[in-house]
Design a binder for this molecule. Structure first.
Ligand code: IVH
Length: 673
């Protein structure tokens, strides 16, 4: 039957189902099955139908996710089963005690398996489904009653509005699902930036951001916040018989909920301890914050027999690590002048433990950032180690202590005394003095660490030798002898010899790394590799004209000018010659050889949504055959692969007369290749 001949009611039901499936595929399974354009088209059709026939609106209609009914205050929602909390363990020892207690209570010869999963640092919620339809959502509250935030949670796309059922499957009449709403780190970063741009104070961490977003009185605000959920349990269920925690997770997943893919069933408490340690280091890889792992006795029958004490189950524990943020005093703001002359402010902190590491300094980015957050010398500040290792100052604990003043960048370079400039349109202040000693120092640090990656030779080494006057440039490094090092504090015979050997060994590092280390403006990892591949040797690169440089992928007129200028400079040419005579690589070799294949020389752009693959997959497939895949269409583009809702790149291709390939064309191209 076509959509025209169907009754509005049947068509609405069909649209609801297709949209909910697409939404689940996108938000729950992370595997889109519908393009955005198609989704919007069906959504608009459903919206129009519902506007014409208001009686067709159902509580699980995707149109109900927008959050349109602000509440003036939250009602209290009573939980069907209490929402308990977890006792914590923090070491192998206390973990062992937990296992002993479990065994003692169950009888020592009974086998016990544990279900372990990340403990999400978000906001605990309870979701109620009546006959398979989401009817209420609540916060944990005191465990017996929480705040009713039904409309707010409805806006969270990862929460299904109705259970995913098999044909003729009957949903449980009543089902209470437990989970943790959180804000993914990427969303948190974007949200923080947005708040700052609007002049609003941002939440100090993703957990506060999630909690604040969910507890908005106006659900349309919640709807615009990047929230997601991992569900981890069932409170109450009528008409559902499950045997274990792992079965619960499988059932929840099959019925449309997001359950954590890292949940695992472990047979011994030793393995549980290993998992806790493994996750402490791996937590940084996740796109959300966790503050430990949760350990549950897997079998529900065993859980029942173990029972709870004051709402704390005897069958579960939270293995918690040290928190990733802490408060401390910001003693001073210092300025470090980087290898490009940029002034990088950093905070000297009163040492504090953050996530098991002592932190005594943190980056502060730039003046605007400091003033936006209103961070001042003398403040108590919140320090965070999020995702990456470099600690960040999140913001001050207000009010500022009396006598503190807003931060100002110095007017003169702290190292060479030359007046500081701030080029228009840039956020960083710069020391314009090319002979400023800090530049040489930072260039050397960049050379030994990032570019040459010399083992055992790092920042401390460079600083020390710099201060001794033994090191002023990269060539100096290759002339160091073990005897010279041995005269320094802390260097014995062996460590001196090792350092010199490692330095000498770095002469074998590929050409593109040499380029990266030369500190040519705007030449980072990708550009260094592109230049090395394109020109093949430093001689051809030095001889390149500006138009010649513009032929390299990713180089426009501005970069080409900067690079050409760098190679035209007498000092720089001398540096290159000196490094060459010392034996560093000045020609492209194996490391820079582009993949050779039938599509070598071809340059493609992918736009829109492809049906059968993700953009990454298509890119990888093309690259495997030697093609390059870039972001923007230009006269150099060989072809544009256009999927659904392709956007402006398609228009540009047509204007430039660049061939446009369909998904089928792409498939054929790849199979021919
Ligand atoms: S199970 C009886 N699993 O941690 C409570 N809790 O103190 C059983 N949490 O606020 C909870 N991730 O919201 C469980 N994978 C997970 C969790 C998790 C986060 C939170 C939970 C509660 C607190 C427990």
């Amino acid at each position: 039957m076509s959509s025209r001949t169907k009754s509005p009611k049947a068509r609405a039901a069909e649209l609801r189902q297709r949209l909910n499936e697409a939404s689940s595929a996108y938000y729950v399974e992370d595997e889109p099955i519908m393009s955005d354009a198609e989704f919007d088209r069906l959504y608009d059709e459903l919206l129009a139908l519902e506007e014409a026939h208001p009686a067709l609106v159902t509580p699980d209609s995707p149109t109900q996710r927008v959050g349109t009914t602000p509440s003036d205050r939250f009602r209290k929602g009573e939980h069907l089963a209490p929402m308990g909390s977890l006792d914590k363990v923090t070491s192998d020892e206390t973990l062992g005690k937990f296992a002993d207690d479990v065994r003692k209570r169950l009888g020592t010869d009974e086998e016990v398996a544990y279900l372990v999963e990340p403990k999400i640092d978000g906001l605990a919620v309870s979701l109620l489904y009546e006959n398979g339809i989401y009817t209420r959502g609540a916060t944990r509250g005191d465990g017996e009653r929480g705040e009713d935030i039904t409309p707010n949670l409805r806006t969270v796309r990862a929460i299904p509005l109705s259970l995913k059922l098999q044909p003729r499957e009957r949903p449980p009449s009543l089902l209470e699902v437990r989970g943790e709403v959180f804000m993914p780190l990427e969303g948190f970063r974007a949200f923080t930036e947005r708040q700052a741009a609007e002049g609003k104070r941002a939440a100090p961490n993703p957990r506060n951001a999630a909690a604040g977003s969910v507890r908005q009185l106006d659900p349309s605000i919640t709807a615009n916040r990047p929230l997601s959920i991992w569900v981890y349990g069932i409170g109450q269920a009528e008409g559902l018989e499950l045997q274990s925690q792992s079965e619960i997770l499988r059932w929840l997943r099959a019925h449309g909920f997001r359950t954590n893919p890292y949940a695992e069933r472990l047979e011994t408490i030793e393995e549980v301890g290993e998992a806790a340690r493994r996750w402490e280091t791996r937590r940084a890889e996740l796109d959300y914050e966790i503050d430990g792992i949760v350990i549950k006795v897997d079998a529900l029958d065993q859980q029942r027999r173990l029972g709870s004490l004051h709402g704390r189950p005897r069958w579960a524990r939270a293995f918690k690590w040290a928190p990733m943020s802490a408060q401390t005093k910001l003693e001073r703001i210092h300025i470090r002048v980087g290898r490009t002359g940029a002034l990088n402010p950093w905070a000297q902190l009163e040492p504090v433990q953050v996530g098991g590491v002592t932190v005594s300094s943190a980056t502060l980015h730039n003046e605007d950032d400091i003033n936006r957050k209103d961070i001042r010398e003398g403040d108590m500040v919140i320090v965070q180690r999020a995702g990456d290792v470099i600690p960040q100052v999140v913001g001050p604990v207000l009010p500022h202590p009396a006598g503190t003043k807003p931060f100002r960048m110095p007017e003169k370079c702290p190292l060479c005394g030359v007046g500081i400039v701030k080029p228009e349109g840039e956020v960083m202040h710069r020391c314009p003095n090319r002979a400023c000693p800090s530049r040489g120092l930072e260039t050397l640090v960049h050379w030994v660490q990032a570019a040459m990656d010399i083992e055992g030779v790092g920042e401390q080494f460079v600083w020390k030798l710099w201060n001794e006057g033994l090191l002023r440039s990269m060539p100096d490094l290759y002339r160091l002898t073990p005897e010279q090092l041995q005269e320094l504090d802390g260097y014995g015979e062996i460590s001196s010899r090792n350092a010199v050997e490692a330095i000498q060994a770095s002469k074998e590092q590929p050409f593109f790394r040499v380029l990266l280390g030369l500190n040519i403006p705007k030449v980072g990892w990708v550009m260094a590799r592109n230049l090395a591949q394109h020109f093949g040797s430093v001689d051809r690169l030095t001889a390149a004209t500006q138009p010649g440089l513009e032929e390299v992928e990713g180089i426009g007129p501005d970069r080409a000018e900067l690079i050409a200028e760098w190679f035209a400079d007498e000092e720089n040419r001398k540096l290159v010659e000196e490094l060459r005579s010392l034996g560093l690589q000045m020609r492209a070799g194996e490391a820079e050889r582009p993949v050779e294949g039938p599509l070598t020389g071809g340059q493609y752009v992918i736009t829109g949504t492809l049906d059968g693959w993700s953009r990454e997959e298509a890119k990888a497939a093309l690259e495997e055959l030697g093609a390059k895949v870039s972001e923007s269409v230009s006269g150099k583009t060989t072809g544009v692969v256009a999927g659904e809702s392709p956007g402006s790149k398609l228009g540009k291709a047509q204007k430039l007369g660049v061939p446009v390939l369909s998904e089928d064309d792409l498939r054929e191209l790849l199979s021919r290749g």
